[in-house]
Design a protein around this ligand. Structure first.
Ligand code: NAD
Ligand code: TDX
Length: 354
């Protein structure tokens, strides 16, 4: 197995990146972790309480598109692995403003790859790996049956997923052309603590608590396959250490839900927690105009990572969602902080002011 002595994590102040750093540092004491993040609306250093004081941890505020900065960090910290999360990640934002998605997700990935390739070829370190964190959305949409496997052709439908597919293909090209040791993971929808409340689960929790309408797109019968962020983190660690460079690994937990069922479940859990009469919060559900190009169903086959690397999720959805609801209830100050200012402007544009 590959056990790096120093890793560069990009986007480590975001939802999954910060969960990954917390998980990875606990499991790999002594490994240096450098977090490069520009701190967009989605990045928040408060997601990293608990690791920020460790002597093994360093935060650098900067842009993955800045080749010089990336070059310096790789050399100075003798980086042996890059774990690349940094991205624009929200589909609705990509529909109203696609340009930044291409810049960050496609160009940013290429800059990281190029600097990493030079770093490795200069023999600055003895060993090197690049893990690119991607998404099942690159495969497009499914009908009522079937699963995405690693062989499913890429057919992205939103500017977000197209930019992620573009980045996956550049990673592939670096592997094929330069023999560059890159791995790609494609995970299903994540949920858990520190997820920005523009995404379905935290948005609904936030609105239920605030007694605001719950905007369900279209008929609410789109299907997503949900995985706890801690399980995603453990899967990434497993692939980084044991995956064969050049390969793709799907990550998922066999946990498909209709959106409307998730929203109703959250309503019922919160009625209980908030002492509301049973069924009250469901009254907030409001069907709104569908998302443009809305993918109907995602479902991932994670057979390969289980078979080849022995990884399996540890959370049941029942436990994960209950813990997540409790986390948001206990962390109102975090939610308040990330939803003030720029987020309010976004929310009004997306759902109309009220
Ligand atoms: P997020 O939006 O919460 O976090 C993204 C982070 O990247 C933020 O901290 C942001 O500041 C940083 N960033 C953005 N542009 C940057 C730049 N130019 N330079 C440096 N940092 C920059 O996203 P997330 O939900 O944590 O997703 C992380 C990764 O995982 C993304 O690549 C996403 O495509 C992928 N992914 C997400 C999910 C999901 O359900 N959220 C599922 C599968 C894959
Ligand atoms: O207000 C809403 N109402 C609603 O019905 C929102 C925000 C979402 N939805 C629906 C759209 C989707 O069918 O819920 C589903 C989930 O939506 P998102 O949370 O926006 O996630 P999704 O579009 O599925 O993409 C996510 O999973 C894959 C992440 O945002 C991506 O970064 C990841 O790659």
């Amino acid at each position: 197995t590959f056990v790096p002595r120093a890793i560069l994590v990009t986007g480590g102040a975001g939802f999954i990146g910060s969960n990954f750093i917390t998980h990875f540092m606990a499991a790999n004491p002594g490994c240096r972790v450098v977090n490069l993040d520009i701190l967009t609306y989605a990045g928040n250093l408060k997601n990293l309480v608990g690791v920020e004081k460790s002597p093994d941890y360093r935060f650098v505020r900067g842009d993955i598109c800045n080749a010089e900065l990336v070059r310096e960090l790789l050399a100075e910290e003798r980086i042996e692995a890059v774990v690349h999360f940094a991205a624009e990640s929200h589909v609705d934002r990509s529909i109203t403003g696609p340009e930044i998605f291409v810049r960050t997700n496609v160009l940013g990935t290429q800059v990281l790859l190029e600097e990493s390739r030079r770093h490795r070829e200069a023999k600055a370190v003895e060993r090197f790996r690049f893990l690119h964190v991607s998404t099942d959305e690159v495969y497009g949409t499914l009908g009522e049956t079937g699963y995405f496997t690693e062989e499913t052709p890429l057919a992205p439908n939103s500017p977000y997923s197209a930019s992620k597919a573009g980045s996956d293909l550049i990673v592939r090209a670096y592997s094929e052309t330069y023999g560059f040791p890159a791995l790609i993971t494609r995970c299903s929808n994540n949920y858990g603590p520190y997820q920005f409340p523009e995404k379905l689960i935290p948005l609904m929790i936030h609105n239920i608590v605030a007694n605001k309408p719950l905007p369900v797109y279209g008929d609410g019968r789109n299907v997503r396959d949900w995985l706890h962020v801690k399980d995603h983190s453990s899967a990434i660690e497993t692939v980084l250490k044991g995956g064969k460079p050049g390969e793709v690994f799907n990550i998922g937990g066999n946990n498909e839900w209709f959106n409307i069922d998730i929203v109703q479940l959250l309503c019922d859990l919160l009625d209980e927690r908030l002492g509301r009469p049973k069924g009250e919060s469901r009254g907030l559900i409001t069907f709104v105009k569908d998302r443009l190009g809305h993918d109907r169903r995602y479902a991932i086959s994670a057979a390969k990572i289980k078979r080849e690397l022995g990884w399996e999720p540890s959370y049941t959805f029942e436990r994960g969602i209950a813990e997540t609801v409790d986390w948001y209830l206990a962390n109102g100050a975090w939610v308040e902080e990330v939803t003030s200012g720029a987020y309010r402007d976004y929310y009004e544009k997306q759902y109309g002011g009220e």
